[in-house]
Design a binder for this molecule. Sequence first.
Ligand SMILES: [Zn+2]
Length: 351
Amino acid sequence: MKALRLVESGRLVVEQVPEPTAPGVGEALVRIECATLNHLDLYGYRGMAFANRTLPITVGVEAAGVVEAVGAGVDGFGVGSRVAIFPIEPCGLCPACRLGRDTLCERQNPIMGFHADGMATERVRVKARQLVPVPDTVSIENAACVPVTLSTVQRMLFENARLGPGETVLVHAAGSGIGSVAIRMAKAAGATVITTVGSDWKIERALALGADHVINYKTQSFPGVVRRLTGKRGVDVVFEHTGAATWEGSLLSLAKGGRLVTCGSTSGAAASLDLLQLVNRQINIFASFGGSRRDMLMSLQKMESGSVLPVIDSVITLEAMADGLSRMARREVFGKLLLRGFASNGSVEPS
Ligand SMILES: [Zn+2]
């Protein structure tokens, strides 16, 4: 079968690999229908793995598909079940796992597509407890954006920052996969959304997503605009994932007692922190990494009700993944890039 393999940092190759063996106890075989590109792919492609890995690996950290076979002891899924795949196998036994805090599992679990073989291929064999059912009314393309993208936003805004109706949130990078979803999730929750973009062509598109105010942070000082828009008060929550380029301004944009939640640092990881400012202004900082299977379920419920759908930039083939990662790095996307066309005779057209 076909798989997109990272053979060395910076080199992706579509190769033929052996089919997975039949699913064992508690396992399922899933035919991948759609995968998506994430900044995690970009880090992996550039060789910025957080832990040891042995190349080559099949890439793809986020995907959805259809169950083709199940092993013994699998309840709740059968042949034909549409599923989104959690890219980590939590141990299910440690205190964190028992509380449903999958990403804090005490066992060092590899992330599929990042440390270990991932989902940019025709079929994967996974533990059934990594699967989350996709409701009939949710398309497989939208479901493919749940395991990393939507679940990350769900966790950041609601589990960590506890964003509530009537509050104001500053969402960075409206055109990014998670930024675009964060705007929609925050609006659906009844918040006022201020967002930043780095290019004027993204302003109209951010407004179309429901953002109340859009700031081009390259031509305007965003903390100053935020102060003006909030009557000098600042925002209740900042949704951070850009890091170095925005960190200082993000802290300055917060109201007293405000919450900053971050899941990444796409513009650089080094940032400074003024502890006096932190204490005087009683700012809370939350670090968030991915989401849990519960966050996936919550995200799918929101999709099912139609209140929050991902923003799709375009659909590309496996062969175009390196180009897609370059577009993401240059911030020339608005929303998600999807990967389709896994089967040898597969079509790249979205269904
Ligand atoms: Zn665990």
